[in-house]
Ligand binder design. Structure first.
Ligand code: LLP
Length: 421
């Protein structure tokens, strides 16, 4: 459920008409709903009620500080994967003890920044990384809390580009080698081994792969405890999928996920962390764009929008489907017609949808891409020298620009010309 609904024939974000935002900030832009962000965070928080837990928002999904602050004030922690994300979370007021640091390529510098600034734990992805964390911690005279990410070799049954839990993926250490690696970690004086980490992929629409992975984690917890490790925290990653189309079979709900977590791991008495990104932000954000031209091709009509693949890369990169809806609600009984919906970038891949049925649209009309709040703005680029587009946050009947559209000069003046030219 989200808070983008038609009211009196027009699409609203909470209590603000989308057309009013478009008039104020121009198109295209991303718009987020505070109520939806909070609703989704609370669904997870409540799903884990009764267990000691922390919901760490995977901020790679949406990293604007206004979004982070909204979630942090509700009690969320953050899952970060780079120095930039760490510093952004801190700038948004998230305390270090609520930040977990994931990612396969943490540099010594990133580790130093996090250890100095405060960190809940590093989710270690490899033995060489473990050695570096140990060395940096010892150099700073501190002990680094770590979990080790195990790769459970389960098939997440999601898009190949976002599956991470198979043995052929680059993530984590093979679960079969866990005892050996934990023994090595325990011998390093700069590390405090607090638990186990697992993340098997994104946009999972079935609980079974999670269940299989968590059963393996439960078993491993027992084995490692027998080996003398004080396993007290389990980081279960993110990955629960969202409905991208309203006709789709709905993925499991957070409450069902939470029940399964308690069933598979509840008896261990561990603190539980989860790292959802998409489910919190995905349906809390939309991309609003204006039709520049309606172009009639041979046997097909193209809607050429002012948004392009550089603003929302998911359709080009993952063949992802986003529902596209008119901002002006069509009158009842209006017949739809098929359109190819494209952006202005000079690539055939700059296609958002082919032969998508929409009510008749004309140049100047506004459309909104649903489910664009996660992996939307954060994956945008300036390809074709198109400046990054603004982000807007709605809260009840108020809205605020939380990232302004840069002036063309700001983008152009970042280049520097060497003196020999
Ligand atoms: N934790 C770790 C270690 C991750 O790698 C990810 C996502 C998450 C948590 C959050 O997963 P979520 O709850 O959002 O599924 N750009 C792709 C998605 C890439 C996901 C990468 N890792 C997309 O647009 O579909």
């Amino acid at each position: 459920m989200d808070h983008f609904l038609y009211r009196d024939g027009a699409l609203f974000a909470e209590d603000v008409p989308i057309s009013e935002i478009a008039a104020a900030v121009g198109t295209p832009f991303y718009v987020y709903s505070t109520a939806t962000l909070l609703r989704h965070f609370r669904l997870f928080d409540e799903a884990l009620e009764g267990t000691d837990h922390l919901v760490c928002f995977a901020m790679k999904a949406a990293s604007n500080q206004a979004i982070l602050k909204t979630l942090a004030q509700a009690g969320a922690g953050m899952d970060v994967v780079s120095q930039g994300e760490y510093l952004r979370a801190r700038a948004a007021g998230v305390p270090g003890e609520r930040i977990v640091f994931s990612g396969v390529g943490k540099t010594a510098e990133e580790i130093r920044i996090a250890l100095t600034g405060g960190i809940r734990q590093f989710n270690v992805e490899s033995e060489p990384e473990m050695e570096v964390i140990n060395a940096v911690a010892q150099e700073l005279g501190v002990v680094a809390p770590i979990t080790i990410r195990v790769n459970p070799d389960v098939d997440a049954k999601t898009h190949a580009k976002i599956a991470t839990g198979k043995s052929e993926n680059k993530f984590g250490i093979p679960i079969a080698r866990a005892r050996e690696v934990y023994a090595r970690a325990a011998a390093l004086k700069g590390l405090d081994v607090v638990g186990i980490d697992v993340h098997i992929g994104s946009q999972l629409t079935d609980l079974e792969p999670f269940r299989l992975a968590y059963q393996k984690v439960a078993e491993l917890t027992g084995t490692l405890r027998e080996d003398g490790h004080n396993i007290r925290r389990l980081d279960l990653g993110g990955g629960l999928g969202i409905p991208y189309t309203r006709s789709n079979e709905a993925p499991p709900l957070p409450v069902e996920y939470g029940r399964m977590v308690k069933e598979t791991l509840g008896h261990l008495g561990c603190e539980i962390e989860i790292e959802p990104g998409r489910l919190i932000a995905g349906n809390a954000g939309q991309l609003v764009s204006r039709v520049i031209y309606l172009k009639s091709g041979e046997g097909r009509d193209f809607l050429i929008l002012d948004a392009a693949m550089n603003d929302l890369i998911r359709p080009a990169m993952y063949e992802a489907h986003h529902d596209i809806v008119p901002v002006q609600e069509p009158a009842a009984g209006t017949e739809s017609q098929p359109y190819d919906i494209v952006g202005p970038v000079c690539e055939t891949g700059d296609t958002f949808a082919k032969q998508r049925d929409l009510p008749p649209l004309a140049a100047g009309d506004l459309v909104s891409f649903r489910s664009a709040g996660a992996y939307g703005a954060v994956m945008a680029s300036e390809y074709n020298s198109r400046p990054l587009i603004p982000e807007v946050l709605v809260h009840g009947d108020q809205f605020a620009v939380i990232r302004a559209r840069p002036a063309f000069d700001e983008m152009i003046n970042r280049d520097t010309i060497p003196e020999w030219l």
